[in-house]
Design a protein around this ligand. Structure first.
Ligand code: FAD
Length: 289
């Protein structure tokens, strides 16, 4: 099923993200987590893609299992910064062969020591999106950044680039994580004002590990509200308490988003079925499975 059709439904829906293993040894454990998350009946599941293209084989493979074996709509991420256009075309062909209808088209982070842009590579996700449209009948998603993309000097400029990207053929957007819903509401207001009308799924990250979140936040430029900082300070050294507090915080964000009319929410479930399950239990009378 195409995600753009799922997004037409006006009742609350939750989708989850998984990431492929870095090595083939870990493949079975990732599949086990994926199957457990799929059993929660999310509206769809997304599978990330290594910026360097290294995990591309497993992205297609896992997305295909999610669809064919677990009966859940799948969304395959696809980054282009470290691959030639031909290499990217080959991945798109594989997705077609596997009957995967949904692609989250991304540029990927620029490699630290690499040259950018390279000849015969895409420079921005918008160029990739134009090419995907030529290659098949896919539903195309893209990324957006309520606090501005880390490379963008001004949010205004970032939103203009986003408008161009959407006009290239984007069906829906998913946001980078944020921990203050007012940032999301403000972003929605600003992009709607600029004529970006496609559905926007808030990306919610249940933080269950204090050290990991500090690293991710440093890379993405996401702000931590005082309320959340206090949770990290108080529970960060106690993994079980941190997990419980992180799940409660994410649940609270989700309920507020749904109460304010946002029906489709994406959860960065980080291959943790127990976290995904706890959130679904907390929402059992809000999100019908
Ligand atoms: P773009 O949309 O190309 O934007 C990148 C930057 O270029 C922005 O600052 C933008 O303002 C600027 N820009 C865009 N167009 C122009 C233009 N025409 N002229 C000048 N500047 C321009 N990374 C992975 O490696 N694998 C994943 O699976 C993955 N999944 C993600 C999922 C989500 C929901 C999100 C939010 C991010 C994900 N990322 C992933 C991270 C992403 O690859 C990085 O944030 C990357 O730096 C930007 O990708 P993009 O597709 O948003 O780029």
């Amino acid at each position: 099923m195409k995600i753009r059709d799922i997004l037409k439904e006006e009742t609350p829906h939750i989708s989850f993200e998984v990431f492929p293993p870095k090595t083939d040894d870990a493949y079975e454990s990732v599949m086990d987590a994926t199957e457990k998350i799929a059993a929660l009946h999310p509206s769809y599941m997304s599978v990330t893609y290594g910026a360097g293209g290294g995990t591309s084989k497993n992205t297609v493979r896992i997305a295909s299992h999610i669809k064919k074996d677990f009966g859940v709509t799948s969304l395959a991420h696809l980054t282009c910064v470290s691959s030639t256009k031909e290499e990217v075309h080959q991945v798109i062909e594989k997705l077609k062969e596997q009957g995967i209808e949904n692609i989250l088209a991304l540029r990927g982070d620029i490699p630290k020591d690499g040259e950018f842009p390279l000849p015969n590579h895409y420079t921005y996700a918008s160029e990739l999106i134009e090419d995907i449209k030529k290659q098949g009948d896919f539903c195309i998603g893209a990324a957006c950044y309520p606090e501005g993309h880390i490379e963008a000097e001004h949010k205004k400029e970032d939103i203009l680039h986003l408008k161009h990207k959407v006009d290239c053929g984007v069906d829906f957007l998913t946001t980078q994580m944020f921990f203050d819903n007012n940032i999301m509401y403000n972003f929605l207001y600003r992009i709607r004002e600029k004529g970006i009308t496609v559905p926007v799924l808030p990306g919610i990250m249940p933080v269950t590990n204090a050290r990991q979140v500090k690293r991710i936040l440093g890379m993405s430029g996401t702000n931590l509200p005082e309320r959340f900082r206090a949770i990290l300070d108080r529970f960060g050294d106690d993994p079980r308490a941190m997990q419980q507090a992180g799940i409660a915080y994410a649940t609270d964000q989700i309920i507020d988003l749904i109460a304010n009319g946002i029906n489709h929410i994406h959860i960065y479930s980080m291959n943790k079925p127990e976290v995904a399950r706890a959130i679904m239990n907390n929402l059992s009378d809000i999100v019908k499975q």
